[in-house]
Design a protein around this ligand. Structure first.
Ligand SMILES: Cc1cc2nc3c(=O)[nH]c(=O)nc-3n(C[C@H](O)[C@H](O)[C@H](O)COP(=O)(O)OP(=O)(O)OC[C@H]3O[C@@H](n4cnc5c(N)ncnc54)[C@H](O)[C@@H]3O)c2cc1C
Length: 237
């Protein structure tokens, strides 16, 4: 898969800082915007505001990503996140070509399983082409296509939604493919000077909560209510 940050709100630190300070200042937003605050001071206030749960200030930043070569299985999980915008390659208009499918690592690592997987996909692809050759439109022939079929999409999310979604999709118990998407998104943010400070907040939800909200922990944090949590809900050392 390939994940690329295409564009984002200009001056993201300043935009979030101005939004956050406007809430607690007698100055008007244009005055705050024109103040020459160092980045570190702006980030220090932003981190405090986020820690206090006042995350709406992050909604002023919008990020647009190209996500290429993921499976339809993964894209279906992705588009469940409603506070985002998606433009996905259409199987009604674009024909799928042979080999355009994602092979899960568990299948790739097992030669017998991969043989079964590839043979089944090969048969599906042959049938798909035969239907199209018989004059069936790709929008109907696609009913044969499997979840493994590759897709490309453009996704725009505001930074608050990106924090929320990363919380569940960076969890070790999330499926490997969508977890890789959000790991790649975090790497894209790290590459940009003005976004790097926000990237550190893209973490599995347990690291914000101090406990694992799943039924079974991956080991990073104990499950809530387990004996290894203190009464305050903090993990014991
Ligand atoms: C580990 C895991 C397993 C899953 N298993 C299944 C499954 O078996 N079956 C299944 O159908 N789905 C499953 N899902 C998908 C899940 O139910 C959600 O649809 C998906 O994660 C989108 O998240 P969301 O609804 O919290 O938030 P988003 O759509 O990303 O919205 C972000 C937040 O905005 C708020 N919000 C958004 N829309 C509304 C609204 N209409 N009303 C009130 N508040 C709103 C909520 O606080 C929400 O958390 C699973 C997801 C995960 C992470």
């Amino acid at each position: 898969m390939k994940v690329k940050l295409l564009t984002y709100t200009p001056h993201p630190i300043k935009a979030v800082f101005t939004a956050a300070r406007s809430c607690y200042s007698a100055s008007v937003p244009t005055q705050i915007w024109n103040e020459d605050e160092p980045k570190e001071r702006m980030h220090s206030l932003i981190d405090k505001v986020i820690a206090a749960g006042h995350q709406s200030v992050l909604e002023h930043i919008s990020l647009t990503f190209s996500i290429e070569g993921i499976s339809r299985s993964c894209s279906h999980q992705l588009v469940r996140h409603r506070i985002a915008s998606f433009s996905q390659q259409s199987q009604r208009h674009v024909r799928v070509e042979e080999g355009e499918w994602v092979v899960p690592p568990s299948i790739e690592a097992n030669p017998s399983a991969e043989g079964i997987f590839q043979a089944a996909l090969g048969q599906i692809y042959v049938a798909y082409r035969e239907l199209i050759d018989l004059g069936v439109h790709p929008e109907d022939a696609r009913y044969l296509l499997p979840n493994a079929t590759k897709t490309n999409l453009v996704m725009t999310m505001n930074l608050r939604e990106l924090y929320t979604v990363s919380g569940v999709r960076l969890c070790a118990r999330a499926q490997w493919e969508i977890r890789q998407v959000f790991e790649a998104i975090r790497e894209e943010l790290v590459k940009v000077d003005d976004l790097r400070g926000f990237a550190s907040h893209l973490q599995p939800i347990c690291s914000h909560l101090g406990y694992c909200p799943e039924q079974k922990s991956c080991g990073l944090f104990p499950v809530k209510g387990s004996p290894s949590l203190s009464e305050e809900g903090e993990p014991s050392p």
